[in-house]
Design a protein around this ligand. Structure first.
Ligand code: F6P
Length: 540
């Protein structure tokens, strides 16, 4: 254990019996001193089991781990994705036109701008009806076919910004190789007026290619000609050759680059569904919100740096308090898909057991991420958060102003959000619970036994991220906040947050098993897998 880890562990031994609520009693300015604001977001990290000394030590850890230097290396296009020998430049996608960012001696900003211009042109053509399908009708529906980062980013942003939909086109998403997904979307659209976006950085992802092939067949079966495919299929990919072999016309291929990771790609042409849904201006606001967070991350001192602080609180909870889960609870129904996007971001980036130098990691890495919108989560799994034997820190996301007009609802929603955070921290006061039950007319002898069941100690940590309004720029800032948080944690754990080798074995085994199911080959398996294959073969 390094000396800073040792120091933090020693500090933890002194702090572990100190209740968070008592830290509020001893520090009346805890709220103002443990909040930080940027880009329309405020982070309140005061309901964590931390003191100023904890933060001082955690900041020292960040400094010793070289967070600032690796951050600067990322922003300037150094190849920090070492296992794939790639730069990591999703931040360049939301930079300003005047910046210059070099990869292998080439300024990438003009290329980014040129793709953005092409995206705008396509959006205008579709919105205006200039782009016509094979029977001369305007496009009414756009189906994004992609998976992982080529699905979750655009799907989540489109869903979150539904107040901004222009209603010119309907957006649909197909990701699963389970064709119930494709079938359900195709049953709702008309081949004459539907545009498919095949989104795949690699253009080799089985699920996406199979869905795209089936969609193309469905399109041709409707009476269209092979030459009509160019009016109904476009592609976003870094593998232009494969997209062309698939049959997408060169003019309809939007490039992306190897320095954009899949789960960081919604800022690239993978975000085309977003631009089509909310228009060019709102898409630009979305990029600019993320850029504001980038500038803050680059320039703010570490002790006032929102992504750094959020990351350090996560490190404290994971590595010192030993909590292995993190829940995200957005109290805004439009953020319904947010936790799914965050799961890929955090778990695919930092779910690693090997350091960059090939040595095993020396401490736990990414927590398991789960979540749902509030108040729904309160009525399913929050029971465990309050009384369960595992402690699960929560990131609450609150939006102060609603975008609906049912004026009584929002105060109830916010009250629930703040109450959950307070209850997790405070626990149930036995005296108050007793008074409450007696006042409700519960007999005294029953109150005593009930008290044992209803008690919980609290001392369960949470962060509260507050925004005034859910707008394109605040969503951009929120997503960039989490991207940079994940980055900082990856640096501290000395892992590569930008590869995902762990998913490869499952893909290879699925290819073999598929060959067995179709009778093309036979492989060795354990008796369970072999038995399951036989069952499926009999049914197929
Ligand atoms: O299998 C994991 C993964 O590579 C993700 O990292 C990625 O977002 C997803 O598959 C889709 O990849 P592609 O965009 O190349 O189809």
């Amino acid at each position: 254990m390094t000396s800073i880890y040792q120091k933090i562990s020693d500090h933890f031994s002194q702090l572990k019996t100190v209740a968070i609520k008592s830290l509020f009693q001893s520090g009346p300015d805890r709220f103002p001193s443990m909040t930080v604001s940027v880009g329309g977001l405020m982070l309140d990290y005061s309901k964590n089991q931390v003191t100023a000394e904890t933060l001082r030590l955690l900041l020292q850890l960040a400094e010793e781990r070289g967070v600032a230097a690796v951050r600067d290396a990322m922003f300037t296009g150094e190849k920090i994705n070492v296992s794939e020998n790639r730069a990591v430049l999703h931040t360049a996608l939301r930079s300003t036109r005047s910046e210059s960012i070099f990869v292998d001696g080439e300024d990438v900003v003009p290329r980014i701008q040129s793709v953005l211009n092409r995206m705008q042109l396509l959006t205008q053509k579709i919105h205006s009806g200039e782009w016509q399908g094979f029977t001369g009708k305007r496009i009414t529906d756009v189906v994004n076919i992609g998976i992982g980062g080529s699905d979750l980013g655009p799907r989540m942003v489109v869903r979150t910004l539904r107040r901004y939909w222009l209603k010119s086109v309907n957006l649909h998403f197909v990701s699963n190789v389970d064709a119930h997904d494709l079938e359900s979307v195709l049953s709702r659209v008309n081949p004459e007026t539907t545009l498919f976006i095949v989104s795949s950085k690699s253009f080799t992802t089985k699920e996406t290619i199979m869905n795209a092939q089936s969609a193309r067949q469905w399109f041709l079966d409707s009476g269209a000609d092979a030459t009509d495919v160019r009016k109904h299929f476009i592609a976003v990919t870094a593998n232009v050759d494969e997209a062309e072999s698939f049959g997408v016309h060169e003019a309809n291929i939007f490039p992306m680059w190897d320095w954009v990771g899949g789960r960081y790609s919604v800022w690239s042409a993978i975000g085309l569904p977003v631009m089509l849904a909310v228009g060019v201006n709102h898409f630009m606001e979305f990029l600019s919100g993320a850029h504001t967070m980038d500038v803050h991350f680059k320039e703010a001192p570490l002790e006032r740096n929102m992504p750094v602080l959020l990351a350090l609180i996560g490190i404290w909870n994971r590595n010192f308090l030993g909590y292995h889960t993190l829940a995200v609870a957005p109290y805004h129904e439009d953020l319904f898909v947010f936790s799914r996007w965050l799961q890929q971001l955090e778990m695919e980036s930092n779910g690693k057991g090997v350091q960059k130098n090939g040595e095993p990691v020396t401490c736990e890495t990414s927590p398991v991420i789960l979540g749902n919108t509030g108040t729904n989560g309160q009525h399913s799994y929050f029971q465990l958060f309050h009384q369960g034997t595992d402690i699960c820190p929560v990131d609450f996301i609150a939006v102060l102003k609603p975008s609906h007009s049912f004026d009584k609802h929002h105060a109830v929603l916010l009250a629930n959000c703040f109450a959950q955070a307070e209850a997790l921290m405070r626990g149930a006061d036995p005296q108050k619970a007793k008074e409450y039950m007696l006042a409700k007319g519960i007999p005294a002898e029953r109150v005593e036994s009930l008290l044992k069941q209803t008690q919980f100690e609290g001392n369960r940590p949470s962060n509260m991220i507050v925004m005034n309004e859910l707008r394109p720029e605040t969503l951009g800032a929120l997503m960039a906040l989490y991207e940079h948080k994940v980055f900082v944690q990856g640096v501290i754990w000395n892992i590569n947050s930008f590869d995902q080798w762990g998913v490869e074995l499952g893909k290879a085994l699925a290819t073999n098993i598929h060959k067995e199911l179709t009778g093309e080959a036979v492989f060795e398996h354990d008796s369970s897998t072999a038995g399951l294959i036989e069952l499926a073969k009999a049914a197929l």
